[in-house]
Design a protein. Structure first.
Length: 133
């Protein structure tokens, strides 16, 4: 993967081929002066999933959510989205996003693919590769 930076946060991007891309990012809320209790409190608000989703969608004019889910396990919160970016069918217009919140950190895993490819094996392998100790 290519390592880079987005808004001061580390990001890794790997193009599997011209139809599939993986991206991982780490964001630390402590840099905003928040502790883990504050982060957990914000995320437990009833509208947190929707607010977070709307921030993601704000990046793309024609994007629409196809599915969304939130869950919690062992004190870790997970927001999952499947999004149609509204882009041309020859672009990476299908977006799967999983956002894991652990203490003050948010780990974002994004998988982009062309709508016509739908390569579930590569996508699921990418998402299963994420481990937090």
């Amino acid at each position: 993967p290519i390592e880079s930076e987005m808004s001061g946060n580390p990001i890794w991007i790997a193009n599997i081929d011209d139809q599939n891309r993986c991206m991982a990012m780490v964001f630390d809320y402590a840099a905003l002066g928040m502790d883990s209790a504050q982060v957990a409190n914000e995320l437990s608000e009833p509208g947190a999933l929707v607010v977070f989703r709307d921030q993601l969608l704000g990046q793309f004019d024609k994007a629409k959510v196809l599915s969304e889910n939130s869950s919690a396990s062992n004190g870790r919160i997970l927001f999952e989205y499947e999004i149609d970016r509204g882009a041309d069918t020859l672009e990476l217009n299908h977006w799967y996003s999983k956002c894991y919140f652990v203490n003050t950190k948010m780990y974002v895993l994004n998988y982009f693919e062309m709508s016509k490819t739908k390569d579930n094996l590569i996508r699921e392998r990418f998402f299963r590769s994420f481990k937090v100790k």
